[in-house]
Design a protein around this ligand. Structure first.
Ligand code: IPD
Length: 257
């Protein structure tokens, strides 16, 4: 199995998003935590196709009750998938939403694909071999934060994190050009990887939101950690901070807020 095989699967999953009918929405637990029939359909498609590529792999995915990290996933291969990162965007036709496929090897990020079908942008990385977008090598920006956009996620499902998220965002705004909120964490990290933004943060995201995009960002020269600067766990939910090459230190607002 090669990264090209995973990209092909992501492309076909993206086609399902592009041709999906107006979604039937189902509520999950928490504020605005939705799932649609398409999330479930794409997850079934991904699991089926990826199993053919690597039959020995475990699966961890957002939908269909496959969302618990277990000890066996820390050994051998484990696909960590988000069929639609940006489900609310998908429901409201607010672009983009992306297909995210990470492959862990012995619990560490090994291969990654994030596909935005609306702009036909295919991000990919293999650990130690660089990050690519539509086959072209990418690197994050070397410009200082003061000359770059920042993006953040509002951790929408966790009410207890709301005040702190916006306190940090308020203090971050004067340190950069302006703030953006895309609605997909995986896409945000890809935007830092390709030099559209200098920094992304969110106080709680799930492993399927970051498993692929964090490797792509790291391979593009970014520093990717939790918001205290510790390595991401790759076992479950975490805060996330992704800084481009030009952002050398964690900005003060993360300590103050
Ligand atoms: C969500 C998106 C959103 C982020 C949330 C994620 P989902 O993923 O990435 O941008 O703020 O924390 O859970 O639910 O659309 O797959």
């Amino acid at each position: 199995m090669t990264i090209e095989d995973i990209k092909q699967v992501a492309r076909e999953a993206g086609d399902i998003l592009l041709t999906a009918k107006r979604p039937k929405i189902m509520e999950k637990s928490g504020h605005a935590n939705f799932v649609t029939e398409t999330d479930e359909k794409v997850q079934r498609f991904l699991v089926g196709r990826l199993k053919e590529l690597l039959p020995e792999a475990e699966f961890l995915g957002e939908e269909d009750g496959q969302d618990e990290f277990s000890a066996k996933m820390a050994k051998g291969f484990c696909f960590v998938i988000d069929p639609i990162d940006g489900t609310s965007n998908f429901i409201y036709e607010y672009r983009p939403s992306v297909v995210s496929i990470g492959l862990l090897k012995d619990g560490k990020p090994y291969m990654a694909v994030v596909y935005n079908p609306y702009d036909d942008m295919m991000f990919s990385a293999i650990a130690g071999e660089g990050a690519y977008m539509n086959g072209e090598r990418i690197m994050s920006s070397e410009a200082p934060l003061s000359e770059q956009l920042s993006c953040f996620g509002t951790a929408p499902y966790y009410e207890e994190l709301r005040d702190r998220s916006f306190d940090i965002a308020k203090k971050l705004l004067p340190l950069c050009v302006d703030l953006r909120r895309s609605g997909t964490a995986a896409w945000d990290m890809c935007c830092v990887a390709i030099g559209r933004c200098g920094l992304y943060f969110e106080l709680k995201i799930q492993i399927w939101d970051y498993a692929a995009a964090a490797l792509i960002a790291r391979e593009a020269g970014c520093t990717v950690t939790d918001i205290e600067g510790n390595p991401l766990s790759y076992t479950g939910a975490s805060s996330a901070l992704c800084m481009s090459r030009g952002v050398k230190e964690i900005p003060t607002c993360f300590k103050e807020a």
